[in-house]
Design a protein around this ligand. Sequence first.
Ligand code: WT7
Length: 635
Amino acid sequence: MSTYHIKSLEEYFQVYRKSVRHPEEFWAEIAEENFVWRKKWGRVLSYDFSKPEFKWFEGAKLNITENCIDRHLFSRGDKTAIIFEPNDPKEEAQHITYRDLSARVNSLANVLKAKGIVKGDRVCIYLPMIPDLAIACLACARIGAIHSVVFAGFSSTALATRIKDSSCKMVITSDGAYRGAKTLDLKSIVDAALESCPSVQSVLLVKRTYNEIAMKAGRDYLLSDLLEAVSSECPAEEMDAEDPLFILYTSGSTGMPKGMVHSTAGYMVYTAYTFKNAFQYREEDLYWCTADVGWITGHSYIVYGPLANGATTLMFEGVPSYPDFGRFWEIIEKHQVNQFYTAPTAIRALAKENLDFVNKYDLSSLKVLGSVGEPINEEAWHWYNSNVGKRKRPIIDSWWQTETGGIMICPIPYVTPTLPTYATLPMPGIQPALIDEEGREMRANQVEGRLCIKFPWPSMARTIWGNHQRYKETYFSAYDGMYFTGDGALRDEVGYYRITGRVDDVIIVSGHNLGTAPIEDAINEHPAVAESAIVGFPHDIKGNALYGYVCLKETGETRNQDNLRKEINQIITEHIGPIAKLDKIQFTEALPKTRSGKIMRRILRKIACKETENLGDISTLLNPECVEEIIKGAL
Ligand code: WT7
């Protein structure tokens, strides 16, 4: 029985059983046989849910880049590590071999060192989907710096918040970014952000769009200049298993974004293992994940997981609609993609277009179709299955989170029979539990509960940067001895899990995780706004869209409501980014509140979803009379 690569359902059950009965032995075997270590661990796992504290492979020494690059040089030096497919299909694709990757990572690592970056320093990476993005992550890891990638669609305010929270010493960015027909000016966004970020000492610039940019003397450097002066060899820093590898911010239901901190060894072992199995990746396969490296999906399944397996990973700079809606399928044919991993929102958008866009291309190279980011609805699943997979290729609906580091619940293709809307079975080592309102573990089937994980796994986030208390409160305080995911789920008779959606104030819009509080905070900054509440409502393409209820300071406000709506979305764009814009904005005199003053979002959600027949008991509200008015004014 191979523990690392599962090839049959029988084997899956055997491996799963072992992973639950003897988790330490199970993970030690995988870690031992599939990675290179400078020094082996003393203990496989020690943990305490009450602190909470989790340590995997404690005492081990390693560098993740030796696992993702160096060890492949002998056998796979000429193999392509990264294929870069540019935004413009007329621009030639790049093939970066493992040998090239090694030289580029080491050179950049030397530049970082020359600019004073040392082990433990935080480096913010704000780059478009070009190879430099992956290379920058790996260069940080090479010298033990902690990278904090910020998605290049975030606004300067959002970028500044993240840079300040982890006091980054450096920013790596580019002059601009191509996204479909648009060119974005990233440098000026960085300049605006840095006005309030005193911790940043240097900015490294990659040239991509060659637009005119302002350079601040003594702070900004063209990367190409600095690279000329350094060697392409850089010894890897020896890291402890538990040293942080990166910080990645994710929205919470309240307050500041949370800087999730991921470890080195546990993260490496788990992402590599799940990559191999969830995609049934085999040597010579060509793998493509359409996510951006700005999200966890890109960290784990564009960069670290694939490279740790010596895979070829494709990075696509553009968007699915440019130059037309056939772009994804064209790329699959062109590069003979074997595993394709995308998001339901992309599938729904493409399913709306003419089928000729798909049928024009030969998709027969595909072996596995992946989905991630939100529940994939039945209609989208069937479209994906019939038109992309031609009913022959398994769809893996993979459930996981920024916090979990890697895929948690997901069919293993050609092993686990798939079922639309079910993420199916837990990966080995993952012990899910469904918890009822009273905090008890539920045994019954087909009843919705709160999804928790009751045993540690190697790639779990270890803390929230600078706020361990919040980590404890958010994830480990709802139920003792368990990690609480924030999602609801149910289980069917055979043990398959179906994720039903968030049970907190986080809304998944086009696969992006948006907390309601930061959006409300942004809206409330508008001088005319007294208070606001955001809820989600179903949307054909985005899955959910945002509905805002806004109370103005002066009732009977005479200003043009459409202008106000524009201004509100403008403020949101400035504070967070265009992804958080509201689809509907309803002005109302009051928001329904409990007697303790808490906004009753449950009621607002029902109104936004047009489910007003059954609002439940509203008599206990502080101001039940406002509900009628809100229903009348609903959009
Ligand atoms: C939330 C995490 C995991 C990488 C991308 C999102 C939702 C994610 C699924 C799925 C149903 C899903 C959950 C989760 N989600 N994948 N296959 N089925 N829901 O990472 O931004 O941290 O968001 O996305 O609600 O909690 P994230």
